[in-house]
Write a protein that binds this ligand. Structure first.
Ligand code: NAP
Length: 285
């Protein structure tokens, strides 16, 4: 039996339409429309496309967005001054600094400068710390939130499940592990020093792969009947997007699996909108 293909585009549409309805509620109840400020500090063409897509997606659900485009040679002090200004601006609910940053900036310093209440990427240590303490009343990174929603679209009961997460980055692996733990899964986090990775993967009821290595996870590593979420995005020489998991072979064993593209990717933008709304609701409450 082939696995069910989890349709990230469809689930992302559901999330966006929930956000749109709540944006409208906020407008009616408080006369207020959430506002996302996006800072683009590099001239990287991919970043340009991402920022444009985010602004377009925001407009579609009724969220205002403004773009602050800086010259790539902008000094660290100028970027921090812009963040300070946006932190103080009561009309701004969410601040997103598009990564990667030009080399003169220190990413940690920049991300820590954002007011945690406006940190829609959820990367500020205060938000990460709350999440790791089991408190989800904070802003949580978008891709991990999308990952959990996709898992729950297949099976909403995660308690007692054996979950294996490949990757321990602040952006994906760690927050995914926190969210799974908060849902009472038994979580193992693997990384580049993990021994016997294939055995770990085989033991998983829920497998989340976020390592950034095309086709690294073989189909015969995947446990029968598991849910497989492939977060990886790898571009081949001919420009195709591929995941970290060998999709066809894994689909012969899994119960459900995400494709790349069309799996986790669309969820990330949907949860950026949700986080912007959550920030606005939190600040106006
Ligand atoms: P990252 O910061 O480079 O982290 C990669 C993680 O994978 C690290 O923890 C690393 O271990 C681990 N790793 C690397 N090689 C490994 C191996 N052979 N075996 C086991 N673990 C290994 O990457 P990231 O930001 O988390 O992103 C991961 C992937 O997800 C990338 O392909 C990225 O493009 C994609 N992504 C997709 C979305 C989306 O919207 N779909 C969003 C964000 C990221 P160490 O810690 O030991 O180095």
């Amino acid at each position: 039996m082939m696995a069910k293909k989890i349709d990230g585009k469809e689930v992302a549409r559901e999330v966006r339409s929930e956000v749109k309805a709540r944006v409208e509620e906020l407008r009616v109840s408080h006369g207020y429309t959430p506002h996302l400020a996006v800072i683009l500090a590099s001239n990287d063409p991919a970043s340009n496309v991402y920022v444009r897509n985010k602004s377009k997606a925001a407009a579609e659900v009724g969220i205002r967005s403004t773009q602050h485009t800086l010259d790539p040679t902008t000094s660290p002090a100028e970027l921090l001054a812009l963040i300070d200004k946006l932190n103080e601006d009561d009309d701004v609910d969410g601040i997103l600094v598009q990564l990667p940053l030009p080399s003169q900036h220190n990413m940690g310093v920049v991300l820590e400068r954002i007011d945690p209440a406006k940190d829609v990427d959820g990367l500020h240590p205060i938000n990460a710390g709350r999440l790791s303490r089991g408190d989800e009343n904070c802003l949580i990174p978008c891709t991990p939130r999308g990952t959990i929603r996709l898992i729950e679209s297949v099976n909403p009961k995660l308690a007692g499940k054996r979950a294996v997460v490949l990757g321990r980055s602040r952006l994906v692996g760690r927050p995914v592990a926190d969210l799974l733990l908060n849902r009472h899964a038994t979580v193992t986090v693997c990384h580049s020093q993990t021994v016997d990775l294939a055995d770990m993967v085989r033991s998983a009821d829920i497998l989340v792969v976020a390592i950034g290595r095309q086709g690294y996870v073989r189909g015969n590593w995947v446990g029968f009947g598991s849910i497989v979420i492939d977060v990886g995005i790898n571009r081949t020489e001919d420009g195709k997007l591929m995941g970290d998991v060998v999709f066809d072979a894994a689909a012969e064993r899994a119960e459900a699996i995400t494709p790349v593209p069309g799996g986790v990717g669309p969820m990330t933008v949907a949860y950026l909108l949700d986080n912007t709304l959550k920030a606005a609701e939190g600040r106006r409450r």
